[in-house]
Write a protein that binds this ligand. Structure first.
Ligand code: PGA
Length: 261
C-alpha cells in the first residue's frame, strides 16, 4: 500500500497540560527546532483556552493546530461546551473525537463520537477519530473485532466523498501514558485492519487516502520503527509532545523514514 496517497501527520495531544502563558515560549522553541519537511504535517491539539494564543504564536502555517474535543451541538444552552463553529472561527484544522479518556470520563459512546466527527467535518475541519482496545480485549483476542466495530460506527456518520478529510488514530488504551508501546508489528496489524474495514465499506481509493495514526507512548526512541510501518501514517503523541525537543525529534524520525534529511 503506497503512502504517497495520504498525508503523514505528527499531532501532539497536550491533554490538560501546560498553561496558556507557556504556549508562546513552547511555540517559539518548537519552530526553531522543527526540521524542514514537506512529507509531514505537524499539529498541536491543545486545551480550548490555549488555541488563540497558539494561533498567534505560530505565525506561519508550518504547524497546524486544533482542539481535543467538541460539542455535538451547534449552539445554544449547553453550558461549558464549545462548538465546532467556534473552533472553525479560530481556523482550527483538527479536532480529536472519541479519545479513550473522553470515552471513559465523559461517557462518549460511538454514537456521540460519530456525531462529533460529523460536526467537525461540516465546519470544514478534520476529525481525528480515536479508536482502541482495552488490555482485557487484547488478552481475549477481541482487538480487531472491537476496533472494526468502532471504525464502522464512526464511518456510518461520514458522508460519502468526505472520507479524505478524516483521520483515524489507533490508540490501544493499555499503551496510553503507560510507557508500554505496542510493537511496530502489533500496531501495523491493527492499522492495516482499519484500512481493510474502510476498503470494504468505501472502496480501495478511499482506503489508501485516509491517514491512520498510531498513539500510545510514542517517543523519540520508538518513533522511527513505528513510522516505518506501511500502514502507520503518523503519530498522536501525548507525553512526548509536551517537550519541544522530544516532539521535534519525533518529527525528525519521519524525515529519516522518508529519506528527506
Ligand atoms: P501518550 O498519549 O503518548 O502519553 O501515551 C497518547 C494519547 O493519549 O493521545
Amino acid at each position: 500500500m503506497n503512502k504517497k496517497y495520504r498525508k503523514t501527520i505528527i499531532a501532539g495531544n497536550w491533554k490538560m497540560n501546560l498553561l496558556p502563558s507557556e504556549v508562546k515560549p513552547f511555540a517559539d522553541e518548537l519552530r526553531a527546532l522543527l526540521p524542514k519537511t514537506k512529507s509531514c504535517e505537524v499539529a498541536l491539539l491543545v486545551p480550548f483556552t490555549h488555541i488563540s494564543t497558539l494561533r498567534r504564536s505560530l505565525k506561519d502555517n508550518r504547524i497546524s493546530y486544533g482542539a481535543q474535543d467538541v460539542s455535538v451541538h451547534d449552539k445554544g444552552a449547553f453550558t461549558g461546551e464549545v462548538s465546532a463553529e467556534m473552533l472553525a472561527d479560530l481556523n482550527a484544522h483538527y479536532v480529536t473525537v472519541g479519545h479513550s479518556e473522553c470515552r471513559q470520563y465523559h461517557g462518549d459512546n460511538d454514537f456521540i463520537v460519530g456525531q462529533k466527527a460529523l460536526a467537525v467535518l461540516e465546519k470544514g475541519m478534520s476529525p481525528i477519530i480515536c479508536v482502541g482496545e482495552s488490555l482485557e480485549q487484547r488478552d481475549r483476542s477481541l482487538t480487531m473485532e472491537y476496533i472494526s466495530y468502532q471504525v464502522l460506527a464512526a464511518l456510518s456518520f461520514i458522508p460519502e466523498g468526505k472520507e479524505r478529510q478524516i483521520v483515524i488514530a489507533y490508540e490501544p488504551i493499555w499503551a496510553i501514558g503507560t510507557g508500554k508501546t505496542a510493537t511496530p508489528q502489533e500496531a501495523q496489524d491493527v492499522c492495516e485492519g482499519i484500512r481493510s474495514v474502510i476498503r470494504e465499506k468505501r472502496g480501495a481509493r478511499v482506503a489508501r487516502s485516509v491517514s491512520i495514526l498510531y498513539g500510545g507512548s510514542m517517543n523519540p526512541k520508538n518513533a522511527k520503527e513505528l513510522l516505518s510501518m506501511p500502514d502507520i501514517d503518523g503519530g498522536l503523541i501525548g507525553g512526548a509532545s509536551l517537550k519541544p525537543q522530544d516532539f521535534a525529534q519525533i518529527i525528525s524520525a519521519v524525515t529519516e523514514v522518508t529519506g528527506e534529511e
